[in-house]
Design a protein around this ligand. Structure first.
Ligand code: PLP
Ligand code: SF4
Length: 334
C-alpha cells in the first residue's frame, strides 16, 4: 500500500517558474528583441499544441536572432500547418502498446509509465504533440492498476517514468510512486526521462533530491538536450545535484535540421554534456509526427554525421544513432 509522505507547506519555487512560462508568441519575440516573425503558425496549430517556454530557457537564447537554436525548438512556424505524407499523429505506435492505463511495454524488461501529459516546454518536433494524453494518463486511482501490472510481470527490472515530463508532478506524488515501486521485489531500477533539469533547472531542489537519495532503487536519469547552449551554469548545478543524489546521468538528443545537424554542434554538445557529468546516450532520428517535417534530417546525412562523430570523439562521447519503428523489439541502430 502507498503510505503518505508529508505534503510541503509552501509551494516550491519551481512551480512558480513553471506557471510563469511564456505562452504568447509576441511576448517571446519581445523578450529576445524581435518585433515580429513573418512565419508564425496558424492559430489552429497554436491552439492544438500551444507555445510554452520557461523564462530561464529564453534567457539562454541569443538576442535578435530568429535562427537561434533554442528559439527554433519552441517557436511555432507556419511550416507546422503543412500536411506531409508519411508523417502521422502516432508515429511510434504508442496507442497500440498500452496493456493498462498509462503503461507502455514495448521492450523486454522495461515498463514505461506515462505519468502525466504535462511538460514545462513545448518542443515543436515532439512526437507526442498529438497524443491524446487526457484519455491515457493514469488518474491517481489508476496508479494501482499500473503497479499491479508491474507486480504481476516478474521480468520487469526497470520502470521508466516518462510523459509528458514526470518531473512536472509534485515530489509528494513521485515519492509515493517510487516507494510503491521499491516494494516490488523484482524492480531494481527507476529511470526518469526528463527535460526539466535542462529547461527548468529550478526543479532540481532539495525536496526532489531528498526522496531520490532515499529510494533503495538504482537510479538513472535520462535528460534531453539538443544543443550546448542549453547547458548553462544553473543547469550544471542541477545535474551535479542529481549526481550527488546517486543518479547515473545520460542524455538523449533529437537530430534536428537547422538546430544541431552540424558536426561541430554535435561535438560541442557531447563535450559539454561530459563536463556536466552526463554521458551521451541516444541521437534520435526525428519521429515522423505531423507538423514536424521541416525538422527532418535525412538518414544518409545522419549516418555521415555519425561516422564523423566517431572519428572525432572518444567512443563514450558518441551517442548511438537510432530510429524508433512501431513494432520493433528495440530502438533501431542505424
Ligand atoms: C525508448 C523506450 C524505452 C527505453 O529503451 P532503451 O533502449 O532501454 O533506452 C522503453 N520503453 C519504451 C516504450 C520506449 O519508447
Ligand atoms: S519535453 Fe519531451 S515530451 Fe515534452 S514537448 Fe519536449 S520533447 Fe515532447
Amino acid at each position: 500500500m502507498i503510505t503518505q509522505s508529508p505534503r510541503p507547506l509552501q509551494r516550491p519555487a519551481w512551480q512558480t517558474e513553471l506557471a510563469r512560462a511564456v505562452r504568447d508568441p509576441q511576448e517571446l519575440l519581445a523578450l529576445i528583441g524581435l518585433n515580429n516573425h513573418p512565419q508564425l503558425a496558424s492559430e489552429a496549430t497554436r491552439r492544438q499544441f500551444p507555445l510554452r517556454v520557461p523564462r530561464g530557457y529564453i534567457a539562454r537564447m541569443k538576442k535578435g536572432d530568429p535562427d537561434d537554436p533554442l528559439f527554433r525548438q519552441v517557436f511555432p512556424l507556419i511550416a507546422e500547418d503543412q500536411i506531409s505524407p508519411g508523417f502521422s499523429a502516432d508515429p511510434v505506435g504508442d496507442l497500440a502498446a498500452m496493456p493498462a492505463p498509462g503503461v507502455l511495454q514495448k521492450y523486454a524488461g522495461r515498463v514505461l509509465l506515462v505519468t502525466t501529459g504535462a511538460c514545462a516546454i513545448h518542443c515543436r518536433y515532439c512526437f507526442r504533440r498529438h497524443f491524446p494524453y487526457a484519455d491515457h494518463n493514469p488518474a491517481p486511482s489508476q496508479w494501482e492498476q499500473a503497479l499491479q501490472y508491474i507486480a504481476q510481470n516478474p521480468s520487469t527490472r526497470e520502470v521508466i517514468l516518462s510523459g509528458g515530463d514526470p518531473l512536472t508532478l509534485t515530489d509528494h506524488r513521485l515519492a509515493e510512486l517510487a516507494q510503491a515501486l521499491a516494494a516490488i521485489s523484482h524492480v531494481k531500477r527507476l529511470r526518469i526521462h526528463t527535460r526539466l533539469p535542462v529547461v527548468l533547472p529550478e526543479r532540481v531542489d532539495s525536496r526532489l533530491l531528498q526522496w531520490l537519495e532515499h529510494t533503495p532503487l538504482q537510479k538513472v536519469v535520462v535528460i534531453h538536450a539538443n544543443h550546448a547552449n542549453e547547458l548553462d551554469d544553473r543547469v550544471g548545478e542541477a545535474l551535479e545535484g542529481l549526481s550527488r543524489a546517486g543518479c547515473r546521468l545520460f542524455n538523449q538528443t533529437v537530430l534536428l535540421r537547422g538546430i544541431n545537424d552540424k558536426i561541430n554542434t554535435l561535438c560541442d554538445l557531447s563535450e559539454s554534456l561530459f563536463d556536466a557529468g552526463v554521458i551521451p546516450y541516444y541521437l534520435h532520428l526525428l519521429d515522423r509526427v505531423q507538423g514536424a517535417a521541416h525538422f527532418e534530417v535525412d538518414t544518409l546525412t545522419a549516418q555521415c554525421l555519425y561516422q564523423t562523430l566517431r572519428a572525432r570523439l572518444p567512443g563514450y562521447l558518441v551517442p548511438l544513432l537510432v530510429q524508433e519503428l512501431a513494432g520493433a523489439p528495440s530502438k533501431l541502430p542505424l
